[in-house]
Design a protein around this ligand. Structure first.
Ligand code: B12
Length: 211
């Protein structure tokens, strides 16, 4: 971990962040850099919660994060070749956070998946229509707010009842933990893209073995 990078993100110091990232890209794994930036951004969120930072700080930090991602992306390993599967993704109703979802969608594409990204604030019925039309291997739901739990559960219940009980459903976002995953009715989940991709790869492999 680079404490310097975590702190630069925490201080929302744009120039320092870019300089550090450019230097670190010469020697470090881009996923490790991403994790440090995420940790710094989460700390910005904590200071916002404590009312030490304003919403404008949060917005600015998020903008910087998105810009830095453009620098990191070309360094993520890309797998060429066969398509591994199809995934429908989106951030659940009432939640507009999309940075993590977009990263997850890009990394899935780099890993050989076809991703249909429905965007943010996606209604349960829209997810249902999309899976009925696309018939994906996996449905991926993102939620960052505590209030995302209810629409996420509503979406999963609707899909299990009206589409299929067997569709692989993965959830992601900062608040996701084992209890959340179980209570919401998902198959698995992760608050980290590397773990998320690994779990999705394993689930698809298992599904193909059953065929
Ligand atoms: C950046 C940010 C914002 C930005 C969002 C910009 C954008 N376009 O997304 C802005 C400033 C707009 C914003 C707005 C708000 N925010 Co905000 N925000 C954050 C912050 C600081 C970081 C989120 C983030 O992008 N992290 C970086 C990404 C890379 O991480 P990630 O999302 O977790 O994604 C990773 C994994 O989860 C995983 N993943 C993601 N999706 C999926 C899907 C699947 C299937 C899988 C397997 C994995 C996976 O892979 C990703 C890469 O590793 C968080 C703090 C935090 N701890 O998360 C608060 C936070 C989520 N926000 C919060 C709040 C309160 C708000 C606002 C209500 C503020 C306000 N008063 O308006 C609004 C909400 C508006 C709405 N209705 O959605 C609170 C939520 C509190 C709560 N308990 O509900 C938090 C926790 C801050 C805090 N500590 O108070 N926010």
């Amino acid at each position: 971990m680079s404490e310097e990078l975590v702190n630069a993100m925490l201080e929302v110091d744009e120039e320092k962040i870019f300089t550090l990232v450019e230097n670190q890209l010469k020697t470090r794994d881009p996923m490790a850099i991403l994790e440090d930036l995420k940790e710094g951004l989460a700390k910005v969120g904590t200071l916002f919660e404590k009312e030490e930072y304003f919403l404008s700080d949060l917005v600015f930090a998020a903008e910087i994060f998105k810009e830095v991602m453009k620098k990191l992306e070309p360094f993520f390993p890309k797998k060429e070749g066969e398509v591994k599967g199809t995934i429908v993704m989106g951030t659940v109703e009432g939640d507009f956070h999309d940075i993590g979802k977009n990263i997850m969608a890009d990394l899935l594409r780099f890993n050989g998946y076809i991703v249909e990204d429905l965007g943010v604030d996606v209604a349960p019925e829209t997810f249902l229509e999309a899976v009925q039309k696309t018939q994906p291997d996996v449905l991926g739901l993102t939620g960052l707010l505590t209030a995302a739990f209810a629409p996420m559960k509503k979406t999963i219940d609707l899909i299990r009842k009206n589409y299929s009980n067997k569709l692989i459903i993965a959830v992601g976002g900062a608040p996701i933990n084992e209890k959340w995953i179980r209570d919401v009715g998902a198959d698995f989940g992760a608050n980290n893209a590397s773990v998320g991709i690994k779990l999705i790869n394993e689930a698809i492999k298992k599904k193909n073995q059953r065929k």
